[in-house]
Design a protein around this ligand. Structure first.
Ligand code: Z5A
Length: 202
C-alpha cells in the first residue's frame, strides 16, 4: 500500500521543525517505515538551490522557479519512490510554502504556482498538512531566541509575515479535509497532544 505524505508548514519560527523527528518516531512506533525530509532541500541539488534561495538576492519569480526546480528533483528522486514503496514521508515544508511565501507574501499568481505544481508533482500531494500558526510577536521571539544568521525570509517585515500567515489560513479554509491549523503558541507538550490526535485520524 502507498505510504502517506505528511507535511508541516507555518510562518518562520512557529516551531514546526521541533516536532519533525518526534512525529516520525510516533509513526515508527505505529509500525510504519518513515522517511524524513525538508524543503527547499532533500537532495544534493535541492540543498544547493536552498542555499541560493535563502541567501542570494533574487526576484519573487526567481524564488518560485528555484523552489520548483528543487522540488522536482526531490519528488522524483526520493518522495515519490518512498511513497510507492509504502514508506510514510514527513516533509518540513512543501508546495503550500510556495503558495504562502511567493504567492501570498510576494504576489506571484496562484494560477502560475498551480501550473508549476501540476507539472512538478502531478500525482504526489500531501495527505495531511499541519500548519503551525502563531502571531508575529511569538514568531519573532522564537527566531531571535535562537542561534544563527537570519535568512532573507526571516529579515522580512511584519507586513510580509501577515500576508504569509493569511495565505496559510486561507488555504486551510479552502481545504479543511487535508489541512489542519495548530495553535503554535502552546507549549511543546500541548502541541504534541494535538499531533497525536491528528495522527489518530490518518
Ligand atoms: N520557502 C519559500 O519561500 N518557498 C518555498 O516553496 C519553500 C520554502 C519550500 C526556509 O524554510 C525558508 O524557505 C522559509 C520559507 C522559504 N522561510 N523562512 N525563514 P525553513 O523551514 O528551513 O525555515 P524556518 O521556517 O525558519 O524553519 P525553522 O528555522 O526550522 O523554524 P521553525 O520550524 O518554525 O521553528 P523551530 O526551529 O522548531 O523553533 C524555533 C525556536 O522556537 C526554537 O528555539 C525552539 O526551541 C522554539 N520553540 C519551538 N516550539 C516552541 C514552543 N511550542 N514553545 C516555545 N518555544 C518553542
Amino acid at each position: 500500500m502507498r505510504g502517506k505524505f505528511i507535511t508541516l508548514e507555518g510562518v518562520d519560527g512557529a516551531g514546526k521543525s521541533t516536532h519533525v523527528e518526534w512525529l516520525a518516531d510516533q509513526l515508527r512506533s505505529r509500525g510504519h517505515k518513515v522517511f524524513v525530509t525538508r524543503e527547499p532541500g532533500g537532495t544534493e541539488l535541492a540543498e544547493s538551490l536552498r542555499s541560493l534561495m535563502l541567501h542570494q538576492p533574487m526576484s519573487a519569480l526567481g524564488e518560485t522557479l528555484l523552489a520548483f526546480a528543487a522540488r522536482e528533483d526531490h519528488v522524483r528522486r526520493y518522495i515519490a519512490p518512498a511513497l510507492e514503496a509504502g514508506t510514510w514521508v514527513v516533509c518540513d515544508r512543501f508546495t503550500d510554502s510556495t503558495y504562502a511565501y511567493q504567492g501570498g507574501g510576494k504576489g506571484i499568481d496562484a494560477q502560475a504556482i498551480q501550473t508549476l505544481s501540476q507539472m512538478t508533482h502531478p500525482t504526489v500531494n500531501p495527505d495531511r498538512t499541519l500548519i503551525f500558526d502563531c502571531p508575529w510577536e511569538v514568531s519573532q521571539a522564537r527566531i531571535r531566541s535562537g542561534r544563527r544568521v537570519l535568512d532573507r525570509f526571516e529579515k522580512e517585515g511584519r507586513d510580509f509575515f501577515e500576508r504569509v500567515r493569511g495565505a496559510y489560513l486561507q488555504a486551510a479554509q479552502h481545504e479543511p479535509a487535508r489541512i489542519r491549523v495548530l495553535d503554535a503558541t502552546q507549549p511543546v507538550e500541548a502541541i504534541r497532544a494535538m499531533l497525536i490526535q491528528e495522527l489518530a485520524a490518518l
